[in-house]
Design a protein around this ligand. Structure first.
Ligand code: UD1
Length: 340
């Protein structure tokens, strides 16, 4: 399939582009490059061993999005492009709602106009909100997220459901990611957050490489085994494979829209991840236990059964693999991707 990958220069998008090529698909990247570097594309081409077409496009520009679909044929769309910093979304909600929703509206309008019917959406476990029982199951309702970022995922899932209902033949997979970490085993591509990392794994990686002097563990008094929060970390290469499995499953899907958890089904605490990362690096990392971060839930992980039975997909990489691959990427690229 010729697959439009929006946000294809980003962390999960870039790994998915490689998985698509490996599976015999033909990805076309669009990215605004507001939170990704163009240098990613050359690395992708090197790893893929073939050209990867990439266009600079801000999807909120509906006319430009329409032109792309008028000029090129696509069999499917995988939609990653979005703003995704939780804290920033609380501070700038209008920007988040406008950007993430408008981008999706442009895309869906162009798909409808050009009869592109297959859609894979980059959603998040954050849609389950604070009341859902753990492990999270796809049928849980109501979906309510604590942040504007998370609410854009809830709203877009709803928009997709309503739009698919009136367009015969549309097939939509809603992929709810747990905590993506790790990097391609080549060490050539990985997560490259701009500014101070919000998420734990890139923070650990930057401490290990000397860009930050210590990690602050956000809370040591949670009702968990070691007092720190537990999350379902999933290797980004497994996650990327989940997108290919979802794409390949769309045509045989029994319903127009279906949600799938992409997680491992087990939780790892902040301290367990920190110690696993220390093993990967080969020495201790300085850390201190600080106050809780507002909005953090004590512990959650996926019920992964639906993806296993319906997509035939399950993750294979361990926490140690995730840390070793993150470290290979970060140590080879201490400052992330080059600017040009
Ligand atoms: C966060 C987002 C979630 C988003 C996901 C993407 C919040 C509240 N949630 O999930 O919506 O989909 O990222 O991957 O931001 N931690 C530390 N020290 C740090 C950083 C994190 O102790 O410097 C802890 C956090 O308290 C948390 C765990 O590490 O318990 C994981 O944090 P993080 O990587 O930010 O992911 P989530 O908060 O689970």
């Amino acid at each position: 399939m010729r697959v439009l990958v929006t946000g294809g220069a980003g962390y999960i998008g870039s790994h998915t582009v490689l998985s698509l090529v490996e599976a015999g698909h033909d990805p076309v990247v669009v990215d605004s490059f507001v939170n990704a570097k163009p240098a990613v594309v050359a690395r992708l081409e090197r790893l893929a061993g073939r050209p990867v077409p990439a266009h600079r496009l801000d999807l909120t520009d509906a006319a430009a999005t329409e032109r792309l679909f008028a000029e090129q044929d696509f069999d499917a769309v995988i939609h990653f492009a979005a703003l995704k910093a939780v804290g920033e979304s609380v501070a700038r909600p209008l920007e988040y709602y406008r950007n993430n929703l408008d981008a999706t509206f442009s895309l869906l309008a162009a798909m409808a106009a050009h009869d592109v019917r297959r859609f894979v959406f980059s959603s998040s476990a954050t849609v389950y909100g604070e009341k859902a029982p753990v492990p999270y199951q796809e049928d849980y309702e109501p979906l309510v997220s604590a942040s504007p970022y998370g609410q854009t995922k809830v709203m877009i899932e709803r928009v997709l459901t309503d739009v698919a209902a009136v367009h015969p033949g549309w097939k939509v997979a809603l992929l709810r990611y747990f905590n993506p970490v790790g990097a391609h085993p080549s060490g050539e591509i990985g997560e490259d957050p701009q500014g101070i990392p919000n998420n734990l794994m890139p923070f650990l990686a930057q401490v290990a490489v000397g860009r930050r002097d210590h990690v602050t563990v956000f809370g040591g008094d949670y009702p968990t085994a070691d007092g720190t929060c537990e999350r379902d970390y999933i290797h980004v290469v497994d996650l990327a494979a989940g997108h290919v499995a979802a794409l390949d499953h769309l045509d045989t899907m029994s319903t127009d829209v279906r949600a799938f958890n992409l997680g491992t089904g087990s939780g790892t605490s902040v301290l367990e991840l920190l110690h696993a990362f220390e093993r990967a690096v080969g020495h201790d990392l300085p850390y201190e236990i600080g106050p809780r971060r507002a909005g953090d839930l004590p512990a959650f992980w996926a019920d992964p059964h639906r993806a296993r039975t319906e997509l035939g997909w399950s993750p294979t990489r361990t926490i140690d693999d995730m840390c070793a691959d993150t470290w290979r990427w970060q140590s080879a690229n201490p400052q992330g991707f080059p600017e040009a």
